[in-house]
Write a protein that binds this ligand. Sequence first.
Ligand code: ADP
Length: 197
Amino acid sequence: MKYRTILLFGAPGAGKGTQGKILGSIPNFFHCACGDVFRNLTIENELGRIFIDYSSRGELVPDEPTIQLWRRSIAASQSLGRFNPERDTLLLDGIPRSPQQAKMLEDTLEIVAVLNLTCPDFNRLVERLQRRALRENRLDDANLDLIRQRLATYERDTRPVLDYYGPNLVHNIDSTQTPINVLRSILRILADVPPRT
Ligand code: ADP
């Protein structure tokens, strides 16, 4: 059985995490952020060291270990009873992050919508990330060169995922609106997503 999935998509700083947390508190939605799965690893763990190595350069962690880790994490959520795929819609944030990852997850995910949080203003993204650096203690948000590198990685590796899923699934949402208005735009779209059959 595939997981019914809504993908939260957009550049770092576009607000995926903020909206994901809100939507994840609605009954029958389960929010899963891949970056959080990585940050829960410890430095003693080999994959934890690989994560630090890549993320501190603003690069993506290679696909194989990423998908493996994610599969283990979602299985754990299932066995702990936090995520019930027969009842819940998965709100995925930060994965798949390349067309190759999308291909690897094809047998696992039934994507019903891609919520693409757009932000044409590069400086606005940078500002948001720098604010988050202190609030969430994220070193990868503190350094301007690293932020630039992550945004370049997004353009090169991640944006093509939108073409992979195609225009019928992708909904563009202006992420420069206030959080409450972004939420309203998202809810309007979700109200029209076909219900589970
Ligand atoms: P942001 O929303 O700022 O991009 P995330 O918390 O989603 O931050 O990700 C932080 C870092 O974790 C990324 O820069 C990347 O190195 C790594 N990462 C997260 N998800 C993935 C993924 N699906 N594939 C590869 N690397 C990932």
